[in-house]
Design a binder for this molecule. Structure first.
Ligand code: SF4
Length: 444
């Protein structure tokens, strides 16, 4: 840091909890802070105040958020709270009356007002400190691209719409411009996130904007086409299997979008999906997945599921296991259903006892481990493209096109001279377990 920057520069510490969407909120707040001349403190002691970006999705996440606020108060004393749990200010202030201010999710203006009130900005903002691509908390070579806020679905177990409101899509030209700047600043992989990526643009009736001389609709497929022109890996998260999603499979087969779909199916039994009030809840989903696989054989599907939803019978659960086998879901997380006090599902009849939920969870995980293992073993001997995340004295670690950062597997490469983070290299796979691969650089 230059000497000029250290002169009376107010310092803000950031604690960012929750999902990638919350991480993007933190990045935006940091970008604003830096553009106004604030410094970001890496620890509590060096900070003039601490911002805690909270998560309020599940009761366990709420507890974690409340504990993080308590720790920040103990360690620093001056704390502003924002994020999902911030939508319920009284929950925070009753447990931690000493917080300076509470704001809700993506209320950037309110967060900045609270910061200004408790820690005034310096007289001479260091605007030039902020690169055009903003400030990111992810490593330099990948970045999350948030395309919308909120959600217009009303899944019965979810309180996100009541915390974050209905879908609000960003303009397609603004999203593509941000993506282009990220790629120009060295980003090799764009991770598209929202609550419902396939619903992008519905709220603005697919408004048209010009980008690079071409008129484009604020629409899922137009966005994918635009992103596919940038030359980076483009990974789609939180996509629902609406019929219009079929069109993106051709972009995957052509290599313009990564052959990867993160689809939070949550269940497969039509009865449970109906009780969950899931979007794109169609019985033909399995046929559609098989059709996608025929058109883009490299396609990897990541999903998440909930077991023990109220009313789930043994038959429903067995339906889910059979469906998993038939769809060959490549990567899956499984949550044990948990009542969230303000969610509609907490009022449903047929609550499943905890021991049954545990037993189903173990059966689910055992099957998924088998399916993941089959997929990994089938890759031994193959040569795959790997994006390098880290290099150290033991070698390099990276990911294939089928692996998103933080949630999927890794590839460990033992001898990796002349390789650095952000490189895309060819690796011959020599060994595998359920999640991860081991390999060596392939000679071109
Ligand atoms: S799609 Fe359903 S689970 Fe996802 S944010 Fe919207 S309401 Fe919640």
């Amino acid at each position: 840091m230059s000497e000029q920057n250290t002169i009376s520069q107010p310092k803000v510490g950031i604690v960012s909890l929750g999902c990638p969407k919350a991480l993007v909120d933190s990045e935006r707040i940091i970008t604003r802070l830096r553009s106004e001349g604030y410094a970001i403190s890496p620890d509590y002691q060096g900070a003039d105040l601490v911002l805690v970006n909270t998560c309020g999705f599940l009761d366990s996440a709420r507890d974690e958020s409340l504990e993080a606020i308590g720790e920040a108060i103990n360690e620093n004393g001056r704390v502003i709270v924002t994020g999902c749990l911030g939508a319920e200010a009284e929950v925070i202030t009753s447990r931690h009356p000493g917080v300076l201010a509470v704001t809700g999710p993506h209320q950037y203006e309110q967060v900045m007002e609270a910061v200004h009130e408790h820690l005034p900005a310096p007289d001479h903002p260091f605007v030039s400190l902020v690169p055009p691509s903003g400030v990111r908390l992810t490593p330099r070579h990948y970045a999350y691209l948030k395309i919308s806020e909120g959600c217009s679905n009303r899944c019965s177990f979810c309180i996100i719409p009541s915390l974050r409101g209905d879908l609000v899509s960003r303009r397609i030209d603004a999203v593509l411009r941000e993506a282009e700047q990220l790629v120009a600043s060295g980003v090799k992989e764009l991770l598209v996130i929202s609550q419902d990526t396939s619903a992008y643009g519905q709220d603005v009736r697919y408004a048209r904007y010009n980008w690079k001389g071409v008129e484009r609709e604020t629409r899922f497929i137009d966005l994918c086409e635009g992103l596919g022109e940038l030359g980076a890996w483009v990974r789609l998260h939180y996509v629902y299997p609406y019929p219009h999603v079929d069109a993106v499979i051709d972009l995957m087969a052509d290599g313009r979008i990564l052959p990867y779909l993160d689809i939070p199916f949550q269940h497969a039994s039509p009865t449970v999906l109906k009780a969950m009030r899931r979007p794109a809840n169609q019985e033909k989903t399995l046929d559609r997945i098989l059709n996608w696989r025929a058109r883009a054989p490299e396609l990897a599907i990541r999903s998440s599921f909930i077991v023990g939803f109220p009313g789930e019978t043994e038959e429903d659960f067995q339906f889910l296991l059979d469906w998993l086998k038939a769809a060959k879901i490549d990567r899956a997380g499984c949550f044990k259903y948990e009542n969230v006090a303000t969610a509609k599902s907490s009022q449903l009849d047929g609550q499943v006892p905890d021991e049954v939920i545990d037993e189903r969870w173990h059966r689910f995980m055992a099957l998924q481990a088998e399916l993941s293992d089959q997929r990994s073993q089938s890759l031994i001997g193959a040569t795959v493209d790997v994006l390098i995340d880290e290099v150290d004295e033991d070698g390099a670690t990276g990911r294939t096109k089928a692996d998103a950062p933080e949630i999927d597997g890794a590839v460990f490469i033992s001898r990796a001279d002349n390789v650095q983070a952000g490189d895309i290299v060819k690796v011959r796979v020599t060994d595998a377990d359920q999640c991860d691969l081991w390999g060596e650089l392939a000679i071109n």
